[in-house]
Design a protein around this ligand. Structure first.
Ligand code: FBP
Length: 553
């Protein structure tokens, strides 16, 4: 028998909370259409590319005693990076489907989108489901990052789904995966294939949100996990008083995680990539600002501190962004030849020859390891794999060089000793917080409800998340409503728009208001571990980001 921890034994029995419409009526519900929608931007292009699913209305649900649900076979995939709560989304879909009609079946396709094209699947049973309720990870069916975009992939998927008589698929993923979902939905609608596609907003990065989607699942648990770790380091720093800790935090593009962790722990310095981009800061300026605070604290005898660095920073420094843009286009164009170059030296020389002069100068001024990390393979969606670029080490190196210069000029007398950390994988598979356990189960329930209503090209949504679940409102949002055109692999492509940190938003404003005080003092907060059992005021609290963002409206 599989061994489980004591916490798992108890946690498995947790009954996630649902929005009232599902809690009271189960699947005896029908939809209430809202307003017709457009796109996030580039509406004309999006409309042209998604003729069959564009412009649909948002929807909510209402109780409907007469609701009837004919038998349906449904498929589900987990797509992209792991995020706490994925298993509960599947549990929500499973329970809702069974509540609608006991004969309904749910198939899990294995290893992400490629499971659909490879016809790799399992049928989810009550036994399998019960083993995974309220647990972290994506191990129930695995995940992957394959991009579905070719006609062959779509046709293969259709053939496999038809064989299993599956008439709907739920795609649980981030912006790229939900872009996949929109492309699939459009293709099946155009082909009149009779297959619905529903998306679910997943990503610890927290950047899949907009006026309709208040947050993506997993952000809550992951940032609480990192806050515990950062809080512990802050405590250590203030006890040992001898290190500067440079901590890189996951979040491929947006700095939401770094900002949330900063609000929960109050470290000395927090870099926000979006601010760096908006103020067009150079790498030198970013380093100079860090150095200034280190010198200031050192003068007060404080040769220690904590600095948070968002994972995506490197791509937001305009000069580095330009370099990455050139590298992306170059690597896409010259992919075949580039792969024939055997040594790192040959590759660097080739790159330097092809880059424009200024960019090439910047590239060769970077430490050798960073140069190599910048030309590693892109992910299947064309993204630089920022989790593999050691920005925290780059900053330590540059800060150290600068401080040495200041020492020579007798402008700095301190002792700089740094430790580097990267927190990302530590939090992506954590057992979901109550918030994520409830939110995910509700999203899953909503996805099944959208399917039973016959809709396609929608994302499951839950609103009022800053309030107790008794006030949550479930619904659906057309995927095309969140789309715009962006450059990927050297071409303009329709994609779901990422939500970056808003510099006019309340979470960022709170950070800025406290910036000076947190830099100079040791006002650290002890976030502590996620609490699963206890009063709702401790266990059910959403993130500071969500609370502050909702305050604005
Ligand atoms: P998603 O956008 O797919 O949710 O993934 C988020 C993320 O965790 C990023 O924060 C990180 O940069 C990336 O995945 C790491 O990817 P990988 O799992 O391939 O190492």
């Amino acid at each position: 028998m599989k061994q489980v921890s004591t916490l798992r034994k108890v946690r498995i029995k947790y009954q996630p909370k649902l929005p009232p419409v599902f809690a009271k009526s189960g699947m005896k519900i029908s939809i209430v259409p809202g307003k017709k929608t457009t796109a996030a931007s580039n509406a004309a292009q999006i409309k042209k590319l998604f003729k069959n699913i564009y412009g649909a209305p948002t929807v909510t649900f209402k109780a409907d005693k007469k609701a009837e649900h004919p038998v349906k076979n449904v498929g589900v995939i987990l797509s992209g990076g792991q995020a706490p709560g994925g298993h509960n989304v599947i549990a929500g879909i499973f329970d809702a489907l069974k509540a609608a009609n006991k004969k309904n079946k749910l198939y899990g396709f294995l290893g992400g989108p490629s499971g659909l094209t490879n016809n790799d699947y399992i049928e989810l049973t009550p036994k399998i489901m019960n083993d995974y309720r309220n647990s972290g990870g994506f191990d129930i069916i695995g995940s992957g990052r394959t991009k579905l975009e070719t006609k062959e992939q779509f046709d293969e998927t259709r053939k496999n789904l038809d064989e299993l008589k599956i008439s709907a698929v739920v795609v649980i993923g981030g912006d790229d995966s939900n872009t996949n979902a929109a492309l699939l939905a459009e293709y099946f609608a155009a082909e009149k294939a009779g297959i619905q596609i529903i998306g679910v907003p997943k990503t610890i990065d927290g950047d899949l949100k907009n006026n309709q989607i208040e947050t993506s699942f997993g952000f809550d648990t992951a940032s609480k996990c990192y806050s515990e770790l950062v809080g512990n380091i802050c405590r250590d720093v203030n006890s040992a008083k001898k290190y500067w800790h440079f901590i890189k935090l996951m979040g491929r593009s947006a700095s939401h995680i770094a900002l949330e962790v900063a609000l929960q722990t109050q470290p000395n310095i927090t870099i926000i990539s979006e601010e760096v981009a908006a103020k067009k800061k150079t790498l030198k300026q970013v380093v100079s600002e860090i150095v200034n605070i280190i010198v200031k604290r050192s003068k007060k005898g404080k040769d220690f501190g904590v600095i948070l660095i968002p994972e995506g920073l490197i791509e937001f420094i305009p000069e580095v962004k330009k370099l990455i843009g050139e590298l992306n286009d170059l690597l896409a164009k010259e992919e075949k030849y580039f792969k024939t170059l055997e040594s790192a030296d040959e590759r660097a020389q080739f790159i330097n020859r092809k880059l424009t002069q200024k960019t090439s100068q910047l590239y060769s001024s970077l430490p050798w390891t960073i140069q190599q990390q910048l030309i590693m393979d892109r992910d299947p969606h064309g993204n630089v794999q920022v989790s593999r670029i050691e920005t925290e080490k780059l900053l330590i190196e540059l800060v150290e060089e600068w401080l040495t210069q200041l020492k020579l000029k007798e402008k700095y007398k301190g002792n700089f000793s740094a430790q580097n950390h990267f927190f990302g994988y530590e939090g992506r598979c954590a057992a979901p917080s109550n918030f994520d356990a409830d939110y995910c189960y509700s999203l899953g329930f909503g996805a099944a409800a959208l399917i039973q209503a016959g809709l396609t090209g929608y994302m499951s949504s839950v609103k009022n998340l800053d309030k107790s679940a008794t006030k949550w409102i479930a619904g659906g949002v057309p995927l095309t409503m969140m789309m715009n055109m962006e450059r990927r692999h050297g071409k303009a492509k329709p994609v779901i728009k990422k939500a970056l940190v808003e510099l006019k938003g309340n979470p960022y404003k709170k950070l800025i208001k406290n910036k000076k005080e947190w830099a100079e003092t040791e006002n650290y907060l002890d976030a502590g571990p996620i609490q699963y059992f206890g009063p709702p005021s401790v266990c059910d609290q959403p993130t500071e980001t969500l609370k502050l963002e909702k305050k604005r409206k």
